[in-house]
Design a protein around this ligand. Structure first.
Ligand code: RB5
Length: 143
């Protein structure tokens, strides 16, 4: 069964979310698009909460969130204990978010990163395993 990726953005992340959706579809992954569905103003905590709920309920295994900077939506997502949302800006931060932090939500800034970088980040997020070992002990302490 293919992995399901929950995807959500506010208005400032909407355009990038649509691009990332195309990439997930090309990879044959199941997509759970939790909005927003237009560039009309939306409040980023609502989308973060929607992805957190989808993960908690097992409707998706991992998530992707986008707002203007990625900051607000990452803060909101990380208020949920089961979420490890990592705001990433490039392949290196994304790789380390997977290897060291076992991030289960990739966060991008739609007004910060270009489409090509965002695509690279998403591919890295999907393909990089958690390194485990000493990092597992630290991640366990996150609660
Ligand atoms: C929306 O204008 C903007 O504040 C939001 O997308 C995000 O960047 C907040 O952190």
């Amino acid at each position: 069964m293919p992995e399901t990726i929950a995807l959500a953005a506010d208005h400032a992340g909407y355009a990038l979310k649509e691009k990332l959706k195309e990439m997930l579809a090309e990879r044959g992954l199941d997509i759970l698009d939790l909005g927003t569905y237009s560039a009309e103003p939306a409040d980023y905590p609502d989308q973060a909460n929607a992805v957190a709920a989808a993960l908690a309920e097992g409707r998706a295994q991992r998530g992707v969130l986008v707002c203007g900077t990625g900051i607000g939506i990452a803060i909101a997502a990380n208020r949920h204990r089961h979420v490890r949302a990592a705001l990433c800006h490039d392949v290196t931060t994304t790789r380390l978010a997977r290897e060291h932090n076992d991030a289960n939500v990739l966060v991008l800034g739609g007004r910060i990163v270009g489409e090509a970088t965002a695509r690279d980040c998403l591919a890295t997020f999907l393909d990089t395993p958690f390194a485990g070992g000493r990092h597992a002990r630290r991640v366990a302490k996150l609660g």
